[in-house]
Design a binder for this molecule. Structure first.
Ligand SMILES: [Zn+2]
Length: 184
């Protein structure tokens, strides 16, 4: 039984440690979520800024092309095109960064679920172990009660009670030593 209780204590301790670790993981994850939201806000602002720049550059390019058509002079479009390429590359990098952040978040969510499942399973195992212990203790109690009854029965069988004075005497006593009556 002592081994069993050792095991139970260890399981309880492991469960507690696991719960504490889950709580700390969840707190850490909440902090990360807050940071993620801040980062997402920054990314959104960056995206809006880049899209604004992109729009301005397209307008500038359109104006150059229009002036070329009207004046017949060739304008320097290359620098605007280069700037447009840079903006497009920045927007693409931003998208990739967001996709990576999303994938990382999903991985963290999955890990958290796995931890919660493990704690839940450990809890169930512990509850079963406790139920088993309670059953075992109940069986032991029944056995002890049966043993006591049996000892009492044997003690009763080994004695007789004098029908006249009521004294309890060893079985087989022929004459009551108290009142002198003959016992059958
Ligand atoms: Zn007697």
């Amino acid at each position: 039984m002592s081994d069993f209780f050792d095991k139970l204590t260890k399981q309880g301790k492991a469960l507690w440690e696991s719960a504490v670790s889950t709580a700390s993981d969840l707190a850490e994850s909440a902090k990360e979520t807050a940071n993620d939201l801040i980062d997402q806000g920054k990314d959104k602002a960056e995206e809006l800024k880049l899209k604004g720049q992109q729009k301005d550059l397209f307008l500038k390019l359109g104006e150059l092309v229009f002036n070329e058509a009207v004046n017949g002079e060739e304008a320097d479009k290359e620098s605007v095109i280069e700037e447009l390429k840079d903006v497009a590359a920045s927007l693409l990098a931003l998208d990739e960064k967001r996709a990576a952040a999303l994938a990382a978040k999903e991985a963290v969510d999955e890990a958290e679920e796995a931890v919660e499942e493990t704690v839940e399973e450990a809890k169930e195992e512990l509850e079963e172990a406790v139920d088993d212990t309670v059953d075992t203790l109940g069986e032991i109690k029944d056995s002890i009660e049966e043993a006591i009854e049996s000892v009492e029965d044997k003690a009763e069988e080994a004695t007789i009670t004098c029908p006249v004075c009521g004294v309890v005497l060893p079985a087989g006593t022929k004459v009551c030593p108290v009142c002198g009556v003959e016992l059958g």
